[in-house]
Write a protein that binds this ligand. Sequence first.
Ligand SMILES: [Zn+2]
Length: 122
Amino acid sequence: MLLERCLAVHVYVLITQTKRTMDEQNALYSQGRSQPGKIVTKAKGGESYHNYGLALDFVPLDQNGHADWTDMDAFITIGNIAKEIGFEWGGDWKFTDLPHLQYTFGLTIADLKSGKEIPTNK
Ligand SMILES: [Zn+2]
């Protein structure tokens, strides 16, 4: 639905990541801490909606189909469309995460850690 609605306004989106395993999340968390690189997440394994398949990262594509990490207008357009259909957008956060969207079904990370499941009527 997100991709269709973006397409309808001629904004092109590439989904760069969806679900991450706990190990992948821990590896990402160690980046910029115990491993080289820039800090890219605040979340350890189990603390990200990515770990439960409820988040995705995206980047706008330019007219040539290339990822454009600098196109703020496109990020905002995509973020707004996503919010209309029920996503939370990382662009609204204090620790801004422009490429991030999550669809929580009202579940907190604590809920998910305790094994609470997504309501089946959604
Ligand atoms: Zn993300």
